[in-house]
Design a protein around this ligand. Structure first.
Ligand code: NI
Length: 227
């Protein structure tokens, strides 16, 4: 399942984050890639150890915790510390798949990447190209979102970023290890949660049928969650 999560950050938060990021020291993006994706990748990144990246990453993690849609869809167990990339002057990232296991430089965080996320930090009208193309069994999906919006997609998907031919595209990207490893189970739980929330708005949280459905949701989560 691919999910667009609007307004993870407000425009004011994006502007503040960008001030710190734009002033930081960017390096060649191949510092984080495996050998296969290094061939396909042409961009710049902030080093993991960059104070600007760490500070911005903390802000993003805080915002994710406050996003009910993100929590419901990802059922996050561990969120990898957010990284930052910038594409300009024709830079692109050709077709690739993200590594299954990601670990931070010092090895303090190691996760299985169940989900990939891109948080857009540049308004779409400020650059040309730079679409994220994600392939699944329904074909290729083109994603280019307003600044502050996030796209969540299965880390098992083949994807690419098309060349940026005008302006610069700055984004944050990271991976999530979910409490529910199986994509189908996770999607089912998300659909059920969304339906329960919508129903609660119509019939009230204390309707006996809703209590029963909520119980079924939690019992499925109990059955499938690995902590
Ligand atoms: Ni990728």
């Amino acid at each position: 399942m691919m999910l667009h999560i609007p307004e993870v950050l407000t425009k004011a938060q994006v502007a503040e984050l960008r001030r710190g990021l734009d002033a930081a020291q960017w390096v060649d993006g191949n510092v984080t890639s495996g050998s296969q994706s290094a061939l396909a990748k042409r961009n710049e990144q902030l080093p993991e150890s960059s104070p600007a990246a760490r500070e911005a990453g903390e802000r993003i993690l805080d915002a994710l915790e406050r996003s009910p849609l993100f929590v419901s869809a990802a059922l996050p167990q561990i969120v990898f510390p957010p990284l930052f990339n910038r594409y300009a002057g024709g830079q692109a990232f050709g077709l690739h798949i993200d590594n299954a296991i990601r670990q931070t430089r010092g090895g303090e965080t190691r996760i299985r990447s169940d989900l990939s996320a891109t948080l857009f930090l540049t308004e779409p009208e400020d650059y040309d190209g730079g679409e994220l193309l994600v392939e699944d069994t329904y074909g290729a999906h083109e994603v280019k979102l307003p600044a502050g919006d996030l796209i969540l997609y299965p880390a098992s998907s083949v994807h690419q970023v098309t060349p940026v031919t005008r302006g610069a595209r700055v984004s944050s990207f990271f991976w999530i290890q979910s409490m529910v490893r199986d994509e189908g189970q996770r999607t089912l739980l998300f659909q059920m949660d969304v339906a329960i929330q919508q129903l609660a708005g119509r019939v009230g949280l204390d309707a006996p049928e809703l209590i029963s459905l909520t119980g079924a949701y939690h019992n499925l989560l109990r059955m499938w969650a690995e902590l």
